[in-house]
Ligand binder design. Structure first.
Ligand SMILES: Nc1ncnc2c1ncn2[C@@H]1O[C@H](COP(=O)(O)OP(=O)(O)OP(=O)(O)O)[C@@H](O)[C@H]1O
Length: 299
C-alpha cells in the first residue's frame, strides 16, 4: 500500500472531524477520496501531509511511519491543496523555474513538465492570465517537478468548467498509466472522479462509509425490475406469495431485484394473469451518483 492509515482520528477542539479512519491506497491507483462539504477530507489530507499533527492512530506512506520518516516521505509526495501556490505576475515557465531552483531540480524538468501538462504554448504568458484549468495544470506541474511517486490533490477540479475537468482528468490518467504515479484525489462529486478512479473511499462526518475498488462500488448498485402498476400494494403481495423478493413499494412502482430476462417475463405474466394493469416494466440500475448520495445520507 502506498498510503495506509490505522485508527486515524482528529479533533478540532471538542469536534471530532476524523474518526477512526483506516485508508488503504494501493500503488498505481487513482484513489478518489469522496465526501460532501465538511466531511473531513481536507483535514485528512493535512494529516497525510503532516501539516496537522496526528492525535490518534497512525499513517504509513510507502510503508514507512510518517512520524519517524517525515522528510524522506514528504520528498516523494507532490501535493496541491485547494488553490495552487502560483505567482500571478510571473509566467507559467518562470513559476516552474523558480520552484526548480528552490528544489534544486534539473532545469530540463521545467520544459518537460510544461509539455506534460500541455502548457508549452502558454509558457510565456503571465500565470495571472491563465484560465482556472490552466492554473490547476500549472499547480500539478509544480507538484510534479521533483518527480514524486505520489500525488495528493485536494479538490483539483473545484470551480473548473467541464473542459477543465476533462483536461485534469486526462492528465491524471496519463500520470498513472504512463508515469507510474499513484494519485490520491479528493472531491465532493463522485461524477468528477468516477471516470478515472480505480479505487474509492467515501467519508462523511469524518467516518469511512465505503472503501474498495470502483468495480466493488458499482456492484452495490444492484439492478432492479421496476414495475409501474395500478395497485402496487396488492401487486407486491402477489409477488411475495409467489417467492419474488420485493425490495421497495411506492404509490406507483414496485421494485424487485433483477436476475435475468426470463424473470422479468415471469413477473409480467404473473401480474397480468392476476388482473393487474401494468403501465411499464423494465430493468433499472442506480447510477453511482444516486448510490453515493444513499451512502452519505445513511450516515
Ligand atoms: N482550523 C479549523 N478549526 C476548527 N474547525 C475546523 C478547522 N478546519 C476545518 N474544521 C472543521 O472540520 C470539519 C471538516 O472540515 P474539512 O475541511 O476537513 O472538510 P472537507 O471534507 O475538506 O470539506 P470541503 O469539501 O468543504 O473542503 C468541518 O466541520 C470544518 O468546519
Amino acid at each position: 500500500m502506498v498510503i495506509r492509515t490505522e485508527g486515524l482520528s482528529f479533533n478540532f477542539g471538542n469536534q471530532q472531524v476524523v474518526k477512526n479512519l483506516s485508508l488503504n491506497v494501493p500503488e498505481g491507483s487513482i484513489y478518489g477520496f469522496l465526501g460532501p462539504n465538511g466531511a473531513g477530507k481536507t483535514t485528512t489530507i493535512k494529516l497525510l501531509l503532516n501539516l496537522l499533527k496526528i492525535q490518534h492512530g497512525s499513517i504509513h506512506i510507502f510503508e514507512q511511519d510518517i512520524q519517524t520518516n517525515r522528510i524522506s516521505i514528504l520528498s516523494q509526495i507532490g501535493s496541491l491543496i485547494e488553490q495552487p501556490a502560483i505567482y500571478h505576475h510571473l509566467t507559467g515557465k518562470e513559476n516552474l523555474i523558480n520552484r526548480a531552483l528552490l528544489l534544486q531540480v534539473p532545469m530540463n524538468r521545467v520544459d518537460e513538465m510544461l509539455a506534460l501538462v500541455q502548457l508549452t504554448a502558454a509558457a510565456s504568458k503571465k500565470a495571472g492570465q491563465y484560465s482556472l484549468g490552466m492554473k490547476q495544470r500549472l499547480g500539478i506541474a509544480l507538484a510534479l517537478l521533483a518527480d514524486p511517486k505520489l500525488l495528493i490533490l485536494d479538490e483539483p477540479t473545484n470551480g473548473l468548467d467541464p473542459n477543465g475537468i476533462i483536461e485534469v482528468r486526462e492528465l491524471l490518467i496519463k500520470l498513472v498509466n504512463q508515469h507510474n504515479k499513484t494519485v490520491f484525489i479528493s472531491s465532493h462529486l463522485l461524477a468528477e472522479v468516477e471516470r478515472m478512479a480505480t479505487h474509492v473511499g467515501i467519508i462523511n462526518y469524518g467516518e469511512l462509509l465505503f472503501q474498495g475498488s470502483i468495480t466493488e462500488l458499482q456492484a452495490l448498485s444492484q439492478p432492479m425490475i421496476c414495475i409501474e402498476t395500478n395497485n402496487t400494494v396488492d401487486a407486491a403481495n402477489l409477488l411475495k406469495r409467489n417467492s419474488f423478493n420485493v425490495i421497495d413499494v411506492t404509490d406507483n412502482y414496485v421494485y424487485v431485484p433483477y436476475t435475468n430476462k426470463q424473470q422479468t417475463a415471469d413477473v409480467n405474466a404473473l401480474l397480468h394473469n392476476s388482473g393487474h394493469a401494468i403501465y411499464s416494466i423494465g430493468k433499472q440500475q442506480k447510477d453511482l451518483e444516486r448510490l453515493f448520495l444513499d451512502i452519505t445520507q445513511k450516515a
